[in-house]
Design a binder for this molecule. Structure first.
Ligand SMILES: O=C(O)CCC(=O)C(=O)O
Ligand SMILES: [Fe+2]
Length: 200
């Protein structure tokens, strides 16, 4: 946890390898649904099924989806507390979804705090893909606000990537095989009536 806080302070992001064990990853994958929804982009009142921007499918995390999900959410709660304690970020909510990218799926360059999601402050992406090889592609490419590439991350099992949502545009390159992850966001305030989370 100290490494995370230090790296966020210095660089604004942190790559936490082996955040969960292989066994824990398997338990989490077992909590994934049989049915997935096409991911959306846009404000709640003008939700676009914009398959030219992203083509993954998602399923929101909630309580009672299994012990592994509960454990994952409590680990995120620890991160939330530590971030608040050190940075006074005032984060008080975490929302997250499983994401499934099938062969050819991608998510073009974007910031996570776009229209209607301005209160997303800290992003987490957790990967659940065993034996990921270079030819499998599907890397996360992370940029700074000037457009320079900061890092290119294979979606390696057990890896948690944490970054300040407003500072790092990023994209998921088309994957050559099924790619599973949990993307999540710590927010600064609650969801209001006319500004429900947009990605459904
Ligand atoms: O899966 C990833 O590597 C990142 C996903 C992402 O950028 C998002 O869901 O906003
Ligand atoms: Fe994103």
């Amino acid at each position: 946890m100290n490494n995370l806080i230090e790296a966020l302070d210095t660089n604004g992001y942190y790559i936490w390898d082996d955040f969960l064990s292989a066994e824990q990853v398997e338990d989490l994958k077992a909590c994934m649904p049989d049915e997935w929804k096409k991911a959306c982009i846009g404000r709640n009142d003008e939700v676009m099924r914009e398959s030219s921007i992203r083509s993954d499918k998602i399923h929101w995390l909630a309580e009672s989806q299994g012990a592994a999900v509960d454990d994952f959410l409590s680990r995120m709660e620890e991160i939330r507390r530590a971030a608040n304690q050190h940075f006074y970020l005032g984060l008080f909510e975490y929302e997250a979804h499983f994401a499934k990218y099938e062969k050819g799926d991608f998510y073009k360059k974007h910031l996570d705090c776009f229209h209607g999601n301005e209160n997303r402050r800290l992003t987490t992406v957790f990967y659940m893909n065993d034996a990921w090889n270079k030819e499998d592609a599907g890397e996360l490419v992370v940029y700074d606000l000037d457009g320079n590439i900061i890092t290119t991350l294979p979606p390696k099992s057990g890896r948690l990537f944490v970054f300040l949502s407003e500072q790092f545009p990023h994209e998921v390159l088309p994957t050559n095989k099924p790619r599973f992850s949990i993307a999540g966001w710590f927010r600064t305030n609650g969801v209001t009536a006319n500004q429900l989370d947009i990605a459904q």
